[in-house]
Write a protein that binds this ligand. Sequence first.
Ligand code: CMX
Length: 136
Amino acid sequence: MIKKIEHIGIAVNNLEEATKTYETLLNVAPYKTETVEREGVKTIFFDCGESKIELLGATREDSPVGKYLSKQKEGIHHIAFYVDDLQAEMQRLQKEGFQLLSEKPKAGADGKSIVFLHPKSNHGVLVELCEDQTQF
Ligand code: CMX
């Protein structure tokens, strides 16, 4: 079951500048910085009530965020939903015809197991499903 919006991912060209902007906007300092080499991304997390804001900067041009920034302007890159049972949600959505971008959950940033759904399945929005990391 989907429980809440866990975070909104925002792709930015300059992480340092964007961090200052969001620090001022949210009036809070980031609680975490993490690089996920496999995804070619550096992330900065801000607490935002029940949800979080994740700033995403590319560490490689050929990474998903690098490609996104080369094709589109910076902005909202994905919405992440927190689920209580990732495997069950994956099976449910696959049966419903959604395109999952990996067969198994992967280790994501901020201690989460994650799976993405292709934006074409969701009317142009890249969706992430996540749960607290249980493996890896
Ligand atoms: N939001 C909405 N649309 C997107 C998108 C995004 N974030 N990224 C790509 N697209 C669109 C493109 O504009 C393009 O649309 P058109 O066909 O209309 O031009 C289409 O998707 C391209 O799809 P594709 O050819 O299948 O694939 P790409 O090589 O562009 O890759 C995607 C797109 C979503 C499959 C890839 O980015 C991916 O696997 N993402 C999941 C992993 C990820 O994003 N990791 C970074 C975040 C990690 C983290 O949060 O820690």
